[in-house]
Design a protein around this ligand. Structure first.
Ligand code: ARG
Length: 462
């Protein structure tokens, strides 16, 4: 390839090593920044014109040609060449081929260092909004499902052991809460990154009278970065974004894990739509929750991206180093993986039903009403620790006789504790227990109905 193709490298001999071209390029993955790169360039050119660094007519030509390049890339007719290394050089080279010397003025007062820092921030700003919209859709699907199960009960587990009865809707809303925090984390991340590094140049700014506030305003940034040395090296927002992606993946994986268990024969709590199951190539009876397993599995790629970005950033000398080019690989990987998993999860939630009859039939196992019995004793004046012991002994007795607490006779109860009265039957049984939950945020039907209404209203406003 001719030396002239890389006219910005006059300093170098011009000899080209094919392996090095392959090795150094990021065009294969950073071309997806083309829209924001062009938007950044147009804002920069407009500012250059307003500052008298280029003429209005030159600005007009640059803008027109950049729009054309954008259209060509969008249409797939643009010819990318790896010799240009990255999207910034590919666009600039096309610009110069289109309008000649005027195109060479675009990079006035700018470096790829502040350019790429600006591009990633612009790209991430949009990506965060799309990801938030996906979270909202998943939340809405969960709330809709919760609305169908405001009174049906299921066992809650701690340590994967039966704990207390809860309403199915409350269980589903527990995920709405998790994803709400993720939504807010994304918002915080967006707020923090929404400042313009453009005008920081390579590292020290510029001797030219650049108007940084103007380009920031044109690009919709809330303000500018205040230290050029930091601005070209800062990728904190990339690490933070991938961390938030990792938490979303964590929450998705926990939902997936629950439902993989719940759709097993052993649990039989839910039925997932056939669309989201696969069969086995050998065992004809199989109905496997592969989509959920992949949501769980893909979490690994997202965590991998987090470790990668942190390791890339660790101990880099001030300021920009080419290491930073690798940031985008992991930012894109985390974003794409989480976007896909969020969409898949929302679809699965839409197609899932709870087998309420089967769940209800199994509620007799595991003494789910034991804690409510202890609290009954508290209301009768027994100190909680003592009540805990009394109920523990009663449970042991029931286990021996292979009966439920509610099947003990009043006499048996009164032998264990003389404060127990005939009204005991009103509180035992998991179905009755959930209706007695008093505390705000508890997993009963009253609280669930309130929260379904709350979320339905809140999410409809997004
Ligand atoms: N492709 C590079 C990146 O993603 C752009 C910046 C290159 N800057 C430089 N001084 N070589 O980081």
């Amino acid at each position: 390839m001719a030396n002239s193709e890389k006219s910005w490298e006059k300093r170098l001999s011009g000899e080209i090593d094919e392996l090095a071209v392959e090795f150094v390029e990021s065009l294969s993955y950073d071309r997806r920044l083309y829209k924001v790169d062009i938007a950044g360039s147009i804002a920069h050119a407009q500012m250059l014109a307003d500052q008298g660094l280029i003429t209005k007519a030159e600005y007009g030509q640059i803008k027109k040609a950049l729009f054309e390049i954008g259209d060509e890339i969008a249409a797939g007719t643009f010819e990318f060449n790896k010799i240009h290394e990255d999207i910034h050089m590919a666009v600039e080279d096309a610009l110069i081929r289109k309008i000649g010397d005027i195109g060479k003025k675009l990079h006035t007062g700018r470096s790829r260092n502040d350019q790429v820092a600006t591009d990633i921030r612009l790209w991430m700003r949009d990506e965060i909004e799309l990801m938030q919209a996906r979270i909202t859709l998943l939340q809405k699907a969960l709330v809709k499902l919760a609305d169908q199960y405001k009174t049906d009960i299921m066992p809650a587990y701690t340590h994967l052991q039966r704990a207390q009865p809860i309403v199915i809707g409350a269980y589903l809303l527990s995920f709405v809460e998790q994803f709400e925090r993720d939504w807010r984390r994304l918002k915080n991340c967006r707020d923090l990154l929404n400042v313009s590094p453009l005008g920081s140049g390579a590292v020290a700014g510029s001797t030219l009278p650049l108007d940084r506030e103007a380009t920031a305003a044109l690009l919709g940034f809330a303000g500018i970065t205040y230290n050029s040395i930091d601005a070209v090296a800062d990728r904190d927002f990339c690490a933070e974004f991938i961390f938030v992606c990792s938490l979303i993946a964590t929450h998705l994986s926990r939902l997936a894990e629950d439902w993989i268990l719940y759709c097993s024969n052993e649990f039989g709590f839910i039925t997932i739509d056939d669309k989201y199951c696969t069969s086995s190539s050998m065992m004809p009876q199989k109905r496997n929750p592969d989509m959920l397993e992949l949501i769980r599995g893909k979490t690994g790629s997202v965590y991998g991206a987090l470790i990668a970005i942190l390791t890339i950033l660790k101990a880099q000398p001030s300021t920009y180093n080419r290491d930073l080019q690798e940031d985008k690989i992991h930012v894109f990987k985390a974003a794409d993986t989480v976007d896909l998993s969020l969409d898949m999860a929302a679809a699965i939630v839409h197609g899932t039903r709870f087998n309420t009859t089967r769940i209800a039939a199994g509620m007799d196992r595991g003494f789910l009403d034991a804690t409510a019995l202890a609290e009954y004793l508290v209301r009768k004046g027994v100190p909680f620790r003592e009540a805990h012991g009394i109920v523990g002994s009663l449970v042991a007795q029931c286990e021996k006789e292979d009966i439920r607490l509610v099947e003990l006779t009043l006499e048996q109860f009164q032998v264990a504790c003389n404060r127990i009265e005939a009204d005991i039957v009103e509180i035992l049984d998991p179905g009755k227990v959930v209706t007695q939950y008093k505390a705000e945020g508890a997993a009963g039907p009253v609280q669930t109905a309130e929260q379904v209404a709350y979320w339905t209203r809140k999410l409809s406003e997004r």
